[in-house]
Design a binder for this molecule. Sequence first.
Ligand SMILES: Nc1ncnc2c1ncn2[C@@H]1O[C@H](COP(=O)(O)OP(=O)(O)OP(=O)(O)O)[C@@H](O)[C@H]1O
Length: 325
Amino acid sequence: MPMADAPIVEARGLTKTFMVGHAGGVSPLHALDDVDFDVMAGETLGLVGESGSGKSTAGRILVGLIPATAGSVSLFGHCITGRDGSAALRAVRSRLQFVFQDPFAALNPRMRVGRSVAEPLEIAGKLSRRDRNDRVAELFELVGLPKGSTDRYPHEFSGGQRQRIVIARSLALNPDFIVCDEPVSALDVSMQAQIVNLLMDLQQRLGLTYLFIAHDLAVVRIISTRVAVLYAGSIVETAPKHDIYARPQHPYTKALLDAVPRPDPAFVRARAISGEVPSLLDPPPGCRFHPRCPLVMDRCRAEAPKLLSSGKDRQVACHLFEAAR
Ligand SMILES: Nc1ncnc2c1ncn2[C@@H]1O[C@H](COP(=O)(O)OP(=O)(O)OP(=O)(O)O)[C@@H](O)[C@H]1O
């Protein structure tokens, strides 16, 4: 079980620029711009933001799927972005896992699901065939899949069950940290609750730490310990879960909360956030949210606000709060 209150992940100045081709040539797309955050052992950090805000890019860098352009990432105290980054990544790789949004795409349709779950064990070459089979049966039970279903193929399962298979595979090598990238977005609402409950149950039983990526604040409300809100490649607010829902500070967080559908019939239709997400090829100067912000001031158009402390365990990047400090 990891030690409480120790950061498992430390991201500092994390920056990712993709070079994208277009009719006029090649231009830099600033997907992540100088992002800082920690993920503490045993917690779930909910990473929230609209499509294109850089959530998956951050998640992919953390598990070593893509390199950062600048900045550093430490995992379990090993810096995976420095000069010796690839050796450090190899040392911690088995402790990291990634669960994607689409469980069907994540499974080979022609491979029996038991074999898919056994694959990481086979690659690691740690167990005999019989021990592997026992471990697969144990993993199926752990995630609530029917006994004896290991010989079936992905198409024989529902979307929720397929996500259970993907989760079972992610647990095969006993990871400590799992990036869950919109793991329930493709599922219907009742299935979403079941998978979220499963992830929470597994966290308790296995001492897991999660980065849980979602595009709105509704899904992360149940599972997160803390929430970080990403806007156009920058973190605009981080806070413990209860604070962010009870007292959001950044105008963008407030807009995201207003956009969450509520059970009250008067609020059934979620309000869309007005304006467009800015182009990351040519982001607005100053605060990137200023063209959509209802509280915009002259300073916001010229100067990017820093992410600064705004209360106990809270940070916000907004000139309104700098003025109030
Ligand atoms: N390999 C790539 N090459 C070029 N641009 C990329 C690449 N991957 C991501 N991007 C761009 O980086 C920006 C951030 O993308 P990212 O997928 O991280 O956002 P996201 O918040 O996860 O969005 P979504 O919720 O739609 O998955 C987007 O503008 C995206 O088009």
